[in-house]
Ligand binder design. Structure first.
Ligand code: MG
Length: 269
């Protein structure tokens, strides 16, 4: 009986660690989990809600103001104010849809520290993707400094539409996953830029299902956005993507058949 004990312990540890089937994709809540009462995209509460439903990761979008304040918001403009050309004081007291104020990146990352199991899926926004080199040169070191300040390097995945931004982050943070969002390059082409992941609209994988294997053969991670319909969720699972980014995280969890709170490769495979 004794010699079965290590195996039993391993099985129990595995069960406790990961309730999702091995190899199933991890779930990323797109702009946090905000499809609940009082929710707002990219709000601090959406981050807390994502942690509460035990998704693997919570995605959020970051802009930088002219006075070097990093803020969490999806659109380039907030109440008609172009964030990258504004001062923080120009909009800091304007509420989001749910009455919360837009959070600074400092506030957001500080909150993220409270959820040590949650991957922070950090989108670095650019106004004209790859076209604003001055802005890109400012924002990349600033966001990396912020992540380091909070000691979140080990559980931050960076994503960006700008190839230049992805290249810069990949160079400065070689241990981190960096996923290119724009969908216009094959995995091999992205890899040749020194970038170790892709996060493409699901239609790219419908058009190029072979890209999942191509990426995996190169050791790259594969995420897809924004997957909300059950039929497409199942399609992406069958294709073998590593992560599914969704506005419907509880639906994806249900389809996968368990929680994906800790379904990292290191945990489940
Ligand atoms: Mg985003």
């Amino acid at each position: 009986m004794k010699h079965w004990m290590p195996l039993l312990a391993a099985v129990l540890a595995f069960s406790a660690c990961c309730q999702a089937p091995a190899g199933s994709p991890a779930v990323v809540a797109h702009r946090g989990y905000w499809k609940c009462e009082g929710g707002a995209q990219n709000s601090i509460s959406s981050l807390s809600n994502a942690a509460a439903i035990k998704v693997w990761g919570s995605e959020f979008d970051v802009w930088m103001t002219t006075d070097d304040t990093l803020v969490v918001n999806h659109d380039a403009k907030f109440n008609k104010i172009l964030l990258k050309d504004a001062k923080y004081a120009d909009f800091k007291n304007m509420p989001l849809d749910n009455g919360e104020l837009m959070s600074t990146l400092d506030e957001y990352l500080a909150k993220g520290l409270e959820y040590p199991e949650l991957e922070m899926v950090f989108e670095i926004k650019t106004y004209r993707d790859g076209m604003d080199s001055v802005y890109e040169a400012r924002v990349v070191p600033a966001v990396i400094a912020a992540v380091k300040k909070y000691g979140l390097e080990k559980r931050t995945t960076f994503i960006a539409f700008s190839l230049t931004v992805c290249e810069q982050v990949a160079k400065l943070m070689p241990e981190n996953t960096v996923q290119y969002l724009n969908g216009d390059l094959s995995p091999k082409e992205v890899y040749e830029h020194g970038i170790n992941g892709i996060d493409y609209h699901y239609s790219c994988f419908q058009q190029h299902p072979e890209w999942v294997k191509e990426a995996h053969d190169l050791g790259m991670s594969v995420n897809c956005w924004t997957v909300n319909a059950p039929s497409v969720i199942r399609e992406m699972i069958d294709l073998g993507v590593d992560q599914i980014t969704t506005n419907e995280p509880t639906l994806v969890q249900k389809i996968i058949g368990g929680k994906s709170g800790c379904c990292k490769k290191s945990c489940c495979q």
